[in-house]
Design a binder for this molecule. Structure first.
Ligand code: HEC
Length: 174
């Protein structure tokens, strides 16, 4: 090895050594800064910890007999609204249920649904009798033009309310 080569290796090793030292110093500095800012402002942030809690929560929850299962209770429309969620208000009558749910399909007659108020589309259905319409609305049914889901998808609705919504649509088509 020539003298020049030795000199080059010495300088090169020195530079590498310096860079490694700077890296370690920066790393340590970042840790110190993070322990003052990140832990205080991020890790203990309520939103952050809530997100972590929801991510590590068990995917399923089971009610256990004899224990307090109140956390599993299905929230009713009123308590959900009180909790600030945007759950739709419980419809008070058939007309409201129609406007909230049935009109999604029956309002414009989409997905093969007979359009509310369309006499020609409703006449043969009304001719089947209310009992058939009621049971098709409650249990759902697959007809020639499409699929009517049970209770229009709102299976949480009482039967009476769904029947009132049927009455309302029948009235609109008369
Ligand atoms: C996802 C779309 C959709 C929603 C929401 C929906 N319907 Fe329907 N409904 C249909 C379709 C499609 C048909 C026609 C099925 C056929 O005849 O092929 C239908 C048909 C009906 C019929 C006629 C049944 C018959 O015997 O001819 C009644 C009554 C009815 N719906 C009531 C309701 C009521 C009440 C609601 C609200 C609670 C509702 N629907 C919500 C899609 C819907």
């Amino acid at each position: 090895m020539s003298k020049q080569d030795t000199h080059f290796f010495n300088v090169f090793s020195l530079v590498i050594g310096l860079l490694v030292t700077i890296t370690i110093v920066l790393f340590a500095l970042a840790r110190v800064v993070a322990s003052h800012t990140q832990e205080a402002n991020v890790l203990t942030e309520p939103d952050y910890s809530r997100n972590v809690a929801s991510r590590i929560a068990e995917p399923t929850r089971e009610a256990v007999a004899g224990q307090d299962n109140s956390a599993l209770a299905i929230k009713t429309a009123t308590s959900a609204t009180a909790g600030g969620s945007a759950a739709p208000a419980m419809p008070k009558n058939g007309t409201e249920l129609f406007e909230q749910t049935c009109s999604v399909c029956h309002g414009q007659g989409i997905a093969g649904a007979p359009k509310a108020g369309d006499k020609a589309a409703w006449a043969p259905r009304i001719a089947e009798g209310k009992a058939v319409l009621y049971s098709h609305a409650l249990q759902g049914f697959q007809g020639k033009t499409g699929v009517m889901p049970p209770k229009g998808g709102r299976t949480d609705m009482p039967d009476d309310l769904v029947k009132q919504a049927v009455d309302h649509m029948v009235q609109m088509a008369q």
